[in-house]
Ligand binder design. Structure first.
Ligand code: DC
Length: 225
């Protein structure tokens, strides 16, 4: 595809449980854009590895799992090998394993083309850790969406309680801090605020306020071009 005709991308990166997925989905809906939840791909690899019992030290084997994932995104449902795994990939176990597997360059490389294929007209909102740095470095708008670890742990606790899942807020906070450390300090595609990304701290914002901030930044860019 000619670079000039490439559909626009809004890249929203940020740490675990920052609310970037909810904000990204709402921005995509408001603009009529496609949506990529890149974390779901890493979680799917994790789920497949758990199901099939692969060796967690064998990067080549794990990269093969990532390359051969049989996944279909169907509206808001995610099918792996034809089975609905929408809820299964959201467990803490899958999130923690996803973060470990994501440190392997081979696994990341195996998922690159699959992520770029989401870039379709009229545009894409993509969320993750390396959307602005590696997958879509030419994104029209890059946002680094974050919130304090304590607020993120409280939000995750509330979500789990609403689903009837028991949780301990101190454990959630520790998991979030461990995941932040791993995602920030890995040598390949680490989570970072890029110099050309807008910082959006949602600690004291509602979801609507965060969504409207991203939409207004995108409008400003549009008005200039
Ligand atoms: O966004 P999430 O919490 O669902 O992502 C799960 C893990 O996947 C996260 O801890 C790190 C990894 N990940 C990544 O390395 N790069 C991405 N673009 C998205 C997720």
């Amino acid at each position: 595809m000619d670079k000039l005709t490439l559909p626009p991308v809004i890249a929203i990166d940020g740490p675990s449980a920052s609310g970037k997925g909810t904000v990204a989905q709402r921005v995509a809906q408001a603009l009529g854009f496609h949506y990529l939840d890149s974390g779901a791909l890493y979680r799917l690899v994790a789920l497949k590895v758990l199901q099939d019992g692969h060796n967690l030290d064998d990067e080549t084997q794990l990269a093969d799992v990532a390359r051969n994932l049989n996944v279909v995104f169907q509206d808001s449902a995610i099918l792996l090998g034809g089975c609905d795994v929408t809820d299964d990939i959201r467990t803490e176990q899958c999130g923690i394993l996803a973060s470990q597997l994501a440190a392997y360059p081979g696994v990341r490389a195996a998922l690159t083309d699959r992520q770029r294929a989401f870039r379709q007209q009229p545009g894409l909102v993509a969320d993750g850790r390396d959307m602005g740095s590696v997958i879509f470095p030419d994104a029209s708008l890059k946002v680094f969406l974050t919130a304090s670890a304590e607020i993120r742990a409280q939000r995750r606790y509330k979500q789990l309680m609403e689903k009837g899942i028991n949780a301990n807020i101190a454990d959630l906070l520790q998991d979030i801090k461990n995941r932040d450390d791993r995602d920030r300090n890995r040598s390949i595609a680490p989570l970072q605020q890029l110099h050309d990304a807008q910082l959006l701290d949602t600690s004291s914002l509602t979801i609507s306020q965060a969504e409207n901030t991203v939409l207004s930044w995108y409008d400003e860019i549009h008005a200039k071009n």
